[in-house]
Design a protein around this ligand. Structure first.
Ligand SMILES: O=C(O)C1=C[C@@H](OP(=O)(O)O)[C@@H](O)[C@H](O)C1
Ligand SMILES: C=C(OP(=O)(O)O)C(=O)O
Length: 479
């Protein structure tokens, strides 16, 4: 495809408000209101019955974007996610010299344009630039090691809460690689680094107990270090391990040699990253709330194009939902989830980014639940453990934090405001609770733009409900 037939992406502004940096073709939230108003969550008394497609995986899209920026030629990314997090990644890579074009609109109107990525040039002028990470963990962790390969000063910052997300291991890793970093001693955003145009690499020890993204970030770039990378994790268990498997698999698919045979060690051989043409799997974590709609209402939701053999943590819905009394059948690439006669709680370990959806279901269950292995959720978009406890209990629930997770006991819930703390998965958790509990209003549903800008429309379709034509949200009263 010739470049002239492509449309350049619209960059997000330097410091966008949390819900505004969405590509122009992505619809605004329901009714066009993207502010911090209250969204009356659709409430159902009957079962849902829907068959849906889910947009591309955030984690895969942003990994492919990074790899394509480092590859040995132009790459094509088909069916990518188009959302705030991917727009921020695209803007960051363009800032560093990659050229990213949208290909003509896809035949399937449900998915946005495919992308062509021309990698970073071999040499760049010693200039300075700044990168907005928004609230995207993949941008704030994956881009700095890549920027270390580019000459000049790169300044990183993000949303107010991004400054509270753990970044110390990224900053320590950069320094361990010999890169100058100025973080004013904070160990967090904002910080700047000075790239020399090359990184020697070699052996590096980090503590990745606060986020798997610290490991993924270095592995994604390691082949482009002169001596490759031998990364060792030293510290408590690495969370969200599936995401590291995903990184290793994506690297291997681009011809990179990665040895992960020794626990807590990853060896990436130096070499080129092969340009690729790839289709992104649907985001199985984002399928969760829709599958939960089947579980909560005793209905059925079918998800098309479910990948057979995937590293996405969201494939675990096929184990988790049956533990709650639902059935989950994969027939070819169609996943069918049907809710059971009752919704049971249980013990759910290491659910990673699925945890807010799991917690919403547990709050509606008839038996108690324990969620373990998710202490690091305190460093996600918000402190998710505190946020879930506060919002479930505010609706009459019975949830408490433990050292590494949550206890949720059955309790009758009532309507009220479900606050979201700029966290897309809190917003979808509120929508799930609202399906079963009348009178739930989700504050700032627009925060779902982080990974699914048209969530309210999709939710209305699946639940067979439609937002009123005007003023679907109202401002939250100031108390
Ligand atoms: O690498 C990735 O794409 C991600 C890794 C995980 O981060 P943590 O290890 O910080 O949980 C996950 O929760 C996040 O949503 C996406
Ligand atoms: C933790 C999440 O995102 P991030 O990539 O910003 O870490 C998430 O999407 O649940």
């Amino acid at each position: 495809m010739h470049a002239s037939s492509c449309r350049r992406l619209t960059k997000p502004c330097a410091r966008p408000p949390p819900t505004s940096s969405v590509p122009s073709h992505v619809p605004a939230p329901s009714g066009g209101v993207a502010g911090h108003g209250l969204w009356p969550a659709p409430h159902l008394t009957g079962p849902v019955d829907a068959e849906i497609s889910i947009p591309g995986s955030k984690s895969l899209t942003n990994r492919f974007l990074v790899l394509a920026a480092l590859a040995d030629g132009p790459s094509i990314i088909r069916r990518p996610l188009h959302s705030r997090d991917t727009a921020l990644m695209i803007a960051a890579l363009e800032e560093l010299g990659a050229v990213i074009d949208e290909l003509p609109a896809h035949a399937d109107p449900g998915s946005g344009p495919d992308l062509r990525v021309s990698p970073l040039p071999d040499t760049t002028a010693d200039t300075s630039r700044s990168i907005d990470c928004g609230l995207a963990g993949t941008v704030m962790r994956f881009v700095p090691p890549l920027a270390a390969l580019v000459r000049g000063v790169t300044v990183f910052d993000g949303d107010p809460h991004a400054r509270r997300r753990p970044m110390g291991s990224t900053i320590a890793a950069l320094r361990g690689l010999g890169i100058g970093v100025d973080d004013a001693g904070t160990g967090s955003l904002p910080f700047s680094l000075h790239g020399e145009g090359r990184v020697d690499g070699g052996r590096l020890v980090i503590d990745a107990s606060a986020s798997s993204q610290f490991v993924s970030a270095l592995l994604l770039v390691g082949a482009r270090f002169t001596d490759g990378l031998h990364l060792e994790h030293m510290g408590g268990p690495v969370p969200s391990f599936d995401h590291i498997r995903m990184t290793v698999e994506v690297l291997r698919s681009a011809g990179v040699t990665v040895d992960d045979s020794e626990p807590n060690h990853w060896r990436v051989s130096p070499g080129s990253i092969r340009a690729f043409d790839v289709a992104v799997e649907p985001d199985l974590s984002n399928a969760g709330p829709f599958l939960a709609a089947a579980v909560v209402t005793g209905g059925t939701v079918r998800v098309r194009n479910w990948p057979v053999g995937t590293t996405q943590v969201g494939d675990r819905w096929r184990e988790i939902l049956p533990l709650m009394g639902a059935s989950a059948e994969l027939d070819g690439d169609l996943l069918t989830v049907t809710g059971g006669s009752s919704l049971r709680g249980g013990v759910f370990a290491e659910t990673s980014e699925l945890a807010p959806t799991v917690a919403a279901l547990c709050a509606l269950a008839t038996t108690p639940s324990t969620l373990t292995g998710i202490a690091h959720l305190r460093g996600h978009e918000t402190d998710r453990l505190a946020a879930l406890v506060a919002e479930i209990n505010a609706l009459g629930g019975d949830a408490e934090e433990t050292a590494d997770g949550l206890l949720i006991r059955p309790a009758p819930l009532h309507g009220g405001v479900f606050h979201t703390y700029d966290d897309h998965r809190m917003a979808t958790a509120g929508a799930i609770v609202g399906l079963a509990v009348e009178g739930v209003e989700v504050e700032n549903i627009g925060t779902t733009a982080k990974t699914m800008p048209d969530f309210p429309e999709r939710w209305a379709t699946v639940t067979g409900t439609h937002a009123p034509a005007e003023s679907p949200t109202r401002a939250e009263p100031v108390v």
